[in-house]
Write a protein that binds this ligand. Sequence first.
Ligand SMILES: NC(=O)c1ccc[n+]([C@@H]2O[C@H](COP(=O)([O-])OP(=O)(O)OC[C@H]3O[C@@H](n4cnc5c(N)ncnc54)[C@H](O)[C@@H]3O)[C@@H](O)[C@H]2O)c1
Ligand SMILES: CC(C)[C@H](C(=O)O)[C@@H](O)C(=O)O
Ligand SMILES: [Mg+2]
Length: 368
Amino acid sequence: MNKQVVLLPGDGIGKEVMESAKLVLNTVATEYGHRFAFHEHAIGGDAIDRYGIPLPDDTIKACQQAEAVLLGSVGGKKWDNLPANKRPEKGLLGIRKQLGLFANLRPIKSFPALEHVSPLKQEVISGSDILIIRELTGGLYFGQPSERRENGQAAVDTLYYQRYEIERIIDKAFQSARKRRKHLTSVDKANVLESSRLWREVVEEKRQQYPDVTVDHLLVDAAAMKLVTSPDQFDVMVTENLFGDILSDEASVLTGSLGMLPSASVRSDGVGLYEPVHGSAPDIAGRGMANPIGMILSAAMMLRHSFNMEQEAAEIESAVNDTLNEGYHTADLNREGGKLVGTAEMTEAVIENITTKSVSDSICSSYF
Ligand SMILES: NC(=O)c1ccc[n+]([C@@H]2O[C@H](COP(=O)([O-])OP(=O)(O)OC[C@H]3O[C@@H](n4cnc5c(N)ncnc54)[C@H](O)[C@@H]3O)[C@@H](O)[C@H]2O)c1
Ligand SMILES: CC(C)[C@H](C(=O)O)[C@@H](O)C(=O)O
Ligand SMILES: [Mg+2]
């Protein structure tokens, strides 16, 4: 039976790296005898240009019927001056909300070949392996009111959480910690925000159900500092929507580039949308130089989480590792020597490693 996958390439480099994911998935399909049926739909600026809105009904329906969704990225200068509701980003927020994808899993682990590429000292990042769990359908992104007031000269956004929204993301975080090193850091701003005090209260209650997991609380400003000074103290981090957005881009520095990070946006029944953490990168779009690894690793996360294809996912991760060990790198990876390549060549090198090698030294076979 074909696996039904909806592809939402979106804008800018989203379209470019989606091609890489498709090629890699087709290679895995051939190697393992699977069949993926890809259904491409519009989102973001692409949908605005074609249909006048960032999230057409047809796209929502297709995503609801799919077994999994892969998304590139949305946004770009062309649409930056549109009213809030018509912006490309509204399409992305809308599909996450429509599908009820409340948990965004953002794993951050440096590949050995890139440890010297990060601007952080190698001894600081060495051995760090973090899973940021970002609440994705609530908090400051969705709270009402969110509007201009006083003739446009004042504005309000609302950080609103209901207890059940906090409980389900905290459960997800504890369950994830159980599968890893059993340590959970909850990040909030409980010294100032009431929503954070409710968040902390829920964590304290929930920890009774997970006595095997150690828990600490960290204020978000201190967490931002510790992420780059002592990242090895973290296992699973769980936090509010906006805090998670900011901390995960910061954490990407550990891996050498924002272009390296994959993510899975999931709900309790396992339905998922898989998306790299980066955006549409207007500064490099159209030049064939985007790093496709975050997108390729997102496709691997899809195989693992939505299709239970553990070996296939590990094969992709192992091929990425091998490719980096061979010295291949895109321009965002500030690496001396090796082979500087574009998106297409990087993808070809990964594919070559999938077809010629078996899961050998799969340093990352179980954590994305
Ligand atoms: N998930 C998404 O769709 C998503 C995420 C973030 C930003 N955005 C949107 O993207 C647009 C640009 O935002 P931005 O510039 O702040 O963030 P960005 O993530 O697009 O880019 C930030 C920087 O990282 C670089 N970069 C990002 N991904 C890369 C990759 N794969 N390979 C090489 N370099 C990469 C870019 O060149 C840029 O210098 C905005 O419209 C924003 O709203 C979308
Ligand atoms: C584009 C934007 C709406 C999005 C977010 O803030 O969630 C992005 O930054 C991300 O990290 O996926
Ligand atoms: Mg972001």
